[in-house]
Design a protein around this ligand. Sequence first.
Ligand code: C2O
Ligand code: CU
Length: 468
Amino acid sequence: MTINSGATASRRAFLQVGAGVMLSSALPLEPARAAAAGYRLRTMPAHASLAGPQHPQTAVWAYDGKVPGPLLRARQGEPMRIVVENRLDEATTVHWHGIRLPFAMDGVPGLTQAPIAPGESFVYEFTPPDAGTFWYHPHADSLRQLGRGLAGALIVEERRAVEVDRDLLWVLADWRLRPDAQVAGGFGNRMEAAMAGRVGNTVTLNGAVSDAEPVRAGERVRLRLVNASLARIMALRFEKHRPVVVAVDGQPCDPHEPEDGRVLLGPAMRIDLMLDMQGVPGRRYRVVDDFYDRLAYRLTDLSYADRPPLHPHPFDVAPLRLPPNPLPEPDLVAAEHVELKLQGGMMGGGGHRGSHRAAWAINGHSMTGDGHAQMPPLRTLQLGRSYVLTLRNESAWWHPMHLHGHSFKLLRRNGVTVPHRQWADTVLIAPRETVDVAFVADNPGDWMVHCHVTDHQVSGMMTVLRVA
Ligand code: C2O
Ligand code: CU
């Protein structure tokens, strides 16, 4: 999905368009922008060609009938308004994952709003303070609604365009398809819930299995990766390329190459890469996901056009660093500490069982489901105060832990300082690992903290922090 528009296309891209080189067909397709970004999204049953033309279409649930849902774009600091109309026959909500927005707009059923009943609508209005790559998904019946296709990307543009040749978005999603290409049932399998969650068998890139993505030698691409999977963790390797991470969960970081050249992406996480296309014209290079032992697969190929490099010499001019977002810097000296122990699962510590469906717990308590009224907060945080949150994984499984309403600074992993000044809203925690993050509790509300392996969330790895 090419997401260049007049607003984000770089000066360099403009020059090329002017010269009639690349993007000349992409640009005019962008509709003119209204003053405030206004959208209407309909949740509905639909069909999508996920597995390719040689397979039947898959029955899905989708925003506006599209998988992934329409790309929503906003500008940093400018209001946006999204009318969500529910055409499913069950209730839904939309959570704007990673956007620091008012509590009433957070999309958690029971907690922040009444669920949107079939045939009804809800108007979401907020002003994104941060530029970056975000996404939206339901927060009701999450396993089935997300697992059947309800997810989309939300891009908040920087005030000043970032200089790249192309701005690309890969929404990655994992599906469990039967041989007839239909979504397998069995959501909420208890055995799975207590292990890695519902990991599927088909990974799509922007809504379809991808054989190749076209690139051109010499171009610099900003590649926005979104992992919209229920449970699949990804570790992407770009054969013979050196991606540079410039943002994590939408928040700019010090540009750096990922450890071992693997871009690690837990469910709900986003990574923005700068990728200089230094391959040979006419050749193909594999993009491989090798997160799970012995289950590596080829996600796609970067397929080079058989044309001379776009730029005569490599990229030494444009800075890689993205402009900073207005994040409140936590005061680590005055910060109060909150510890969350992540417990349960097969072979995990504890064995806490809060209710019948519970397989997981936080600090001995299992909050199950997707959100509901009267969820008692685990702690009340003081508005404006800094907190260090220690996430202690006492289990034998990975957990991408997400905090609503805030972004946090990654401080330490097992006591070792996290480099490159990274902020996030979802942090992937390895088995037995302890991660410290810090944030200013500057957004009043009852904010969820949960694992984004959806099976883990709905079976107890969820809690609420009140900011008041
Ligand atoms: Cu994507 Cu409660 O989160
Ligand atoms: Cu988890």
